[in-house]
Design a protein around this ligand. Structure first.
Ligand code: GLN
Length: 744
């Protein structure tokens, strides 16, 4: 008898009882957490409760859906399962699911990517399903490479485990390539012809420094890829979806494997759901579960956990879904776009620990696609609703702020009766939104028609409130319009040319949003803008450039971009010495210096500004991560942003930093100087993501002003004055952030 194990089981049982009966809270994590504290080998000890073994589901998007689909399919086949259905996916959630089971045939367990390294050595599962890897919570996860390493370590600790993985994802393929485990790839074997997203999470080969080539790409980095240089490529899927027909009511595909050729269907659309369903079929088949059981699970799938959950409240169709990273978000936007008729959508964005404190990724989402959607009303909610509102503004969407789902439902109650409502929330924002929808759905079922009429005056009140807000916004827009006519009479260049260098490589944390913001702020002033994107391998022509932008990137991508730039360093240097405007963020900023360190290798920089970047002890895992606020000579308001970098930069003697760190908020260049970035001629180099210009419109206007002045000077004209825009929304986001950081 193992006393630790006995103690952990007892304490798990007592805490489950207390949580459910006394505190009326779900006991999804806590029993396992204290159980693991008492017996660190609790999961290994509980594993014996699973008669046939376990399947662990990991991947950035779709884990909870696939876990629930699998659990339902196994149950439909008459198996008993232990499952953490609600998505409690740390080791504590896995342990809790096992504690709550006396005996089961299978464990169907969802695991967080980084926590797999804790759970798998103990579980020694039969299968690990790896769905996909996208950038998500980079402040917690570090770069994607770090997640890959962690998953590889987990697999190495359990060599008898079979890895079932998405072969369309180069990031998953790279893990499979070096895993000692048996591997079963699945994938979609044809081009689906979907619209492409702006930002993808892996454009480089996983083994050498080449850009991947695609025969077709579905979305994100998923598709049929191959490296032209080293032979790294998508493996032929053992389970493939082909002859795919996606449609709203029912999508069908042929599931093809060595032993089958079955036509299967699912009652929903969306390529990401197709991947989820394909993964479920693959694993189930490997475990000997009949396809008919998966089919039953897929067709009766009615999620109750806020993932694609449907509601009917007061006769309105409502869809709630989780979205927590750009790829997931883009898939959600597709659902909204493809829904016919009028629609209202609310985005709820929080920035708590489990969400990641950084929300710059919102700028990697293709919200501009929604702007083209007819009959759409948008709302922004959650802790970071001001950030969301700014993001939507620059996507051409006027969004109203809402205080929770209740407020959203009240504000949309005056919209036409056939308006479809969408609530899209990130991780910690979801439970409150779901609770409110659950409550109103219950109420709506019980409401009699008289009761409904009584409530109408209340609804009217909220309509008035929203109308006032709306009118305020209209007057703001009028002010803008006034400016535009005013500015047309001012001398300005025919066109401002913004050169965006290597957007496919240097695009971390929404940095590309800076280009959108610069362009939009120039256009609002009646100045035409041309954006020239220079990709890897292309020559940088700065002859007509007015503003050049270089974003941040992971080490490998940064290195590839820097090799290209190094060959053209004189070109960029001449532009800078000619007072050309250049904004460089993080990795891009480092490249401008004398040298920077990649792991232990010193990489020569362009030597355009007098900075040197080194690594702190501990290499790339010792990062400076978090919110940061600066006093900068370029802005009267404090500059706010987000930093996440391993490099430590020091300025040469006499160099002026971009800003000085306010209080204890952030580090900037290095651990000691309390300063960030550099100002040199018309160069602004900084570590601030956010993107930098979103909440700091003064910095954006400084850059535009300098570009216009340079243009005018070349023509012998006086520098034009930049007329002011209505920045209420941007300033509110800046003010919120300062308050959020405890600054005045
Ligand atoms: N790769 C660089 C570093 O870690 C830059 C990262 C970034 O651009 N965020 O220091």
């Amino acid at each position: 008898m193992n006393p630790r194990f006995t103690g952990a089981k007892a304490i798990g049982a007592i805490s489950t009882w207390a949580l459910t009966h006394v505190f009326h809270r779900p006991a999804a994590n806590f029993p396992g957490k204290i159980g693991l504290y008492v017996d660190p080998m609790l999961i290994a000890n509980l594993r014996t409760r699973l008669n046939e073994g376990s399947v662990v589901v990991v991947g950035t998007n779709g884990k909870t859906t696939v876990t629930n689909l699998l659990a339902n399919a196994f149950e439909a086949a008459g198996k008993t399962v232990a499952c953490n259905r609600t998505g409690a996916n740390l080791d504590s959630g896995v342990a809790t699911a096992l504690l709550h089971t006396t005996e089961a045939d299978w464990g169907i367990l969802e695991s967080d990517e980084l926590w797999l390294a804790k759970a798998l050595p103990q579980l020694q599962s039969n299968y690990v399903v790896l769905l996909n890897l996208f950038r998500d919570q980079l402040d917690r996860m570090g770069e994607i490479e770090h997640i890959q390493e962690s998953i590889s370590r987990a697999l190495a600790s359990s060599p008898a485990t079979t890895l079932v993985y998405n072969a369309d994802d180069p990031l998953c393929q790279a893990i499979a390539d070096c895993a000692p485990n048996r591997c079963i790839p699945f994938g979609i074997d044809e081009e689906l012809g979907l619209a492409q997203n702006t930002v993808t999470d892996a454009s480089m080969c996983q083994h050498c420094d080449s850009l991947l080539e695609y025969a077709w790409r579905q979305y994100g980095q998923l598709g049929s890829f191959a490296c032209p240089n080293c032979g790294f490529e998508r493996r032929h899927p053992a389970y493939a979806a082909c002859d795919v027909a996606l449609s709203e009511a029912e999508s069908t595909f042929t599931l093809r494997s060595a032993s089958r050729n079955a036509r299967v269907s699912m009652p929903f659309s969306g390529a990401y759901l197709l991947y989820n369903v394909l993964a479920a079929y693959t694993v189930a088949d490997c475990c000997g579960i009949p396809l008919s059981s998966v089919d039953a699970a897929v067709h009766s799938f009615a999620p109750q956990n806020g993932r694609l959950q449907r509601y009917e409240i007061d006769g309105r169709h409502i869809l709630l879904n989780l979205a927590k990273n750009p790829t997931g978000f883009n898939q959600n936007l597709r659902i909204v776009e493809n829904t016919p008729g009028p629609k209202a959508v609310a985005f709820f964005i929080n920035d708590k620990e489990a969400d990641g404190h950084d929300v710059s990724w919102l700028w990697d989402v293709d919200f501009q696609e929604l702007a083209e959607c007819e009959g759409l009303t948008a709302y922004a909610g959650g802790i970071r609703r001001n950030d969301m509102q700014v993001r939507l503004k620059y996507a051409g969407i006027d969004a109203e702020l809402v205080d929770g789902a209740h407020d959203f439902l009240a504000k949309t109650s005056n919209l036409p009766a056939d308006t479809s409502l969408f609530l899209i929330a990130n991780y910690t924002a979801l439970p409150a939104v779901k609770a409110e929808l659950d409550r109103q759905a219950d109420e709506s079922q019980n409401v009699s028609s008289t009761h409904f009429q009584e409530e109408v005056p209340g609804v009217d009140e909220s309509q008035n409130v929203s109308l006032t807000h709306f009118q305020e916004e209209i007057s703001g827009m009028d002010r803008d319009a006034g400016n535009e006519s005013e500015i047309r009479s001012v001398t300005h260049p025919e066109k401002l040319t913004i050169v965006h260098l290597y957007p496919e490589l240097l695009n971390l944390y929404g940095d590309g949003g800076n280009v959108t913001i610069l362009a939009e702020r120039a256009r609002r002033r009646g100045i035409a803008v041309e954006i020239v994107r220079v990709s890897h391998g292309q020559t940088v022509d700065l002859g007509n450039a007015d503003i050049v932008f270089l974003g941040g990137g992971p080490d490998r991508e940064q290195h590839l971009a820097s090799i290209d730039l190094l060959a053209q360093a004189d070109n960029l240097r001449a532009y800078v010495e000619d007072d050309g405007v250049l904004l460089a963020i993080c990795g891009g900023y480092q490249i401008l210096g004398r040298e920077w360190l990649l792991a232990d290798e010193i990489v020569p920089g362009l030597g355009i500004v007098d900075i040197t970047t080194r690594r702190a002890e501990g290499g790339s895992h010792n990062r400076l991560v978090g919110n940061i606020a600066l006093h900068s000579a370029l802005a009267s308001m404090p500059v706010v942003g987000y930093e996440n970098h391993a490099g430590r930069t020091s300025l040469g003697a006499g160099c002026q930093p971009f800003g000085r760190v306010v209080g204890a908020h952030g580090k900037g260049n290095n651990d000691t100087d309390k300063a960030d970035g550099i100002l040199y001629r018309n160069v602004v180099g900084t570590y601030l993501h956010g993107p930098l210009l979103a909440k700091n419109p003064e910095v954006a206007d400084h850059l535009i002003q300098r570009a216009l002045a340079r243009c005018a000077q070349k023509k012998g004209l006086p520098a034009p004055t930049l007329l002011s825009l209505d920045d209420t929304i941007e300033q509110a986001a800046n003010t919120f952030m300062r308050a959020h950081l405890g600054l005045r």
